[in-house]
Design a protein around this ligand. Structure first.
Ligand SMILES: Cc1ncc(COP(=O)(O)O)c(C=O)c1O
Length: 415
């Protein structure tokens, strides 16, 4: 039967998403999960959102119809308001497209800009969903190391020169999550943002700024987005999403970029999903129009600040300094942990036995054979999400993690 399908060369090499595979392993009774990057379901604004469904009675004949590929008018208006705060200027309608999740934005940008073999600069560590979309178009990766202030931008010119001498190709795109990175929780410092814009502009490489977490800051001063800092509006492709600030189930996100790129994304998606569901766009638009989003943001920011503090305290109480290093983020969803006495995958195996789960660091790096230049790996790391678990689970999960770290260190010493 297999021979009936002659899969494309890219499809034959495809691997399942490591995080989604992990979910199968950790779906056990009693498991405490810090693994998925999931919002707190207790915080979903079920009732206010449900009241917005009366938009169907008002505008049902329009919103049950196919919609424009660029997005539903009232939602586009709400997004123009949201973007005014993020980039401090009025965007033009032709700079905006609504997508079905920002995952689709990454996919569309990859498909309109990249040919097989093209190179993308990615942060090490980075969001695996982006690696997946880029892999789907046959991209290779130049991985740039990160620290507590995000991407080590000063290494960029050398990295790009290295790609050019090794492959004869200049990277075509730089992908970054500057605010509360998934997975590291780090924010790119203002100084590095400015330098990144300068270098990208000198090298003429566009930057994809993926910003699903930027509005979820509970400590410290907001840092301007790359899109805000860039004078050349073609340089930065900005994407954000309602997934983390409202609910991932709505599958509504947006991209702001040069009109020429937006047009290409529109044409590409016309061979893909035609448009984002008009019904959910209308619900989200109505939710924003009634002012619910701003209230909801205040509420979840307070909840996430409290959960982050609980995890910070529980980790400090249960883990010893020779087991792991981490530092608490100022927003977003994640703690990024460096294990001092064992690899992330070994710690993970013990953790699952002790009924606590996290994502081993390897998932956030391209495979060795996909990287151009010095290979980066995440073997010693792990990502812990603090937003999904409740207070009791955070406390107990950190205690279990300490136990798993001990067992992993003992096993490591024996080997
Ligand atoms: C950095 C980053 N980009 C994109 C996405 C995808 O989000 P969406 O639900 O909008 O497709 C995620 C989801 O976890 C993410 O963390």
């Amino acid at each position: 039967m297999d021979s009936l399908y002659r899969f494309s060369s890219i499809a034959s090499k495809m691997q399942p998403s490591p995080i989604r595979e992990l979910f199968k392993l950790i779906r056990q009774p009693g498991m405490i999960s810090f693994a998925g990057g999931l919002p707190d379901p207790g915080g979903f604004p079920v009732e206010p959102f449900a009241t917005c469904a009366d938009v169907l009675e008002r505008d049902g004949r329009e919103v049950l119809q196919y919609g424009a590929s660029e997005g539903y008018g009232p939602l586009r208006e709400a997004l123009i308001d949201i973007m005014r705060d993020r980039i401090d200027r009025e965007i033009l309608p032709e700079e905006l497209i609504v997508t079905s999740g920002s995952q689709q934005a990454v996919d569309l940008v990859a498909r309109v800009l990249l040919d097989p073999g093209d190179i993308v600069v990615v942060e090490a560590p980075t969001y695996p969903g982006t690696l997946h979309s880029l892999r789907n178009v046959g991209a290779r990766f130049a991985a740039i190391p990160c620290d507590a202030d995000g991407m080590q931008v000063e290494l960029l010119p050398e990295l790009v020169a290295g790609c050019e001498s090794a492959t004869g190709k200049r990277p075509k795109l730089i992908y970054s999550v500057p605010d509360f990175s998934n997975p590291s929780g780090a924010c790119l410092s203002l100084e590095r943002r400015r330098r990144l814009i300068e270098i990208a502009s000198e090298l003429q490489i566009p930057v994809f700024e993926d910003d699903p977490y930027g509005r979820l800051r509970f400590r410290g001063e907001a840092i301007p987005t790359l899109k805000h800092l860039a004078d050349d509006q073609d340089l930065v492709i900005y994407a954000s999403s309602f997934s983390k600030v409202l609910a991932p189930g709505v599958r509504v996100a947006w991209t702001v970029a040069a009109p020429r790129l937006i047009q290409s994304m529109v044409m590409m998606r016309q061979g893909e999903d035609l448009c984002t569901s008009t019904v959910t766009q209308a619900l989200v638009a109505e939710y924003c129009r009634r002012g619910f989003l701003e209230n909801h943001l205040r509420h979840i920011i307070a909840t996430y600040a409290a959960k982050c503090r609980l995890m910070e305290e529980a980790l400090s109480r249960h883990l010893s300094l020779d087991q792991a290093e981490w530092h608490a983020p100022d927003g977003g969803f994640f703690f990024w942990m460096r294990f001092l006495a064992a690899d992330g995958s070994a710690v993970f195996d013990h953790a699952v036995k002790d009924k606590v789960a996290f994502v081993p660091g390897k998932a956030f790096f391209p495979a060795e054979d996909e990287q151009v230049g010095a290979v980066q790996d995440g073997n010693r790391f792990g990502r812990l999400c603090f937003t999904f678990a409740d207070a009791g689970q955070i406390e107990q999960g950190c205690a279990r993690l300490a136990q798993a770290l001990n067992s992993a260190a003992v096993t490591n010493d024996r080997e």
